[in-house]
Every structure is written in C-alpha cells, then in structure tokens.
Design a binder for this molecule. Structure first.
Ligand code: 9UX
Length: 75
C-alpha cells in the first residue's frame, strides 16, 4: 500500500534533563499514528513522523501539554 506520513516540528518548553527527553519521546511514540519521535534537549525541538489519517499536529501539541510541558508548532 501507499505509505502516508508527514513530519512535524515542535518546540517543547520545560525540559531540563535527559529523563524529560525520554519521557516526552515515550509519550509521543505511544500516540496512535506516531511512527517516530526524536526530541533534543539543547534546542527544545522535537520532530515527529505521523500518519495524518490518525493524528494531527494539534493533537501532538495537546499531548505535549498534557504531559506537563509547553508545546508549540514550529511550522
Ligand atoms: Mo528530572 Mo527532567 O525530575 O524534569 S525528569 S528534571
């Protein structure tokens, strides 16, 4: 079948340690439709590959916020 994924970039505020990074990555990877999530502490940036049929960028921002961090869409 046809592979359908998009990549979104997010800023994630409030991460202060490597455990925070692992926590955010784990939360993102557990979301339905998320194929890949990479989070960087130094830049407060996260990149998420997702299936737009199952989840959208606003859902991903909401999940970041629900985890106690400040999420926003880069573009
Ligand atoms: Mo350790 Mo990162 O409590 O919030 S997980 S600083």
């Amino acid at each position: 079948g046809t592979k359908t994924t998009l990549v979104g970039q997010f800023t994630i505020g409030g991460m202060t340690c490597a455990a925070c990074v692992n926590s955010v990555e784990g939360i993102l990877k557990d979301l339905p439709g998320v194929k890949r999530a990479v989070v960087a502490l130094a830049t407060s940036l996260g990149e998420v590959e997702y299936d737009p049929n199952l989840i959208n960028k606003d859902d991903i921002v909401t999940a970041i916020e629900d985890a106690g961090f400040e999420g926003s869409l880069v573009q």
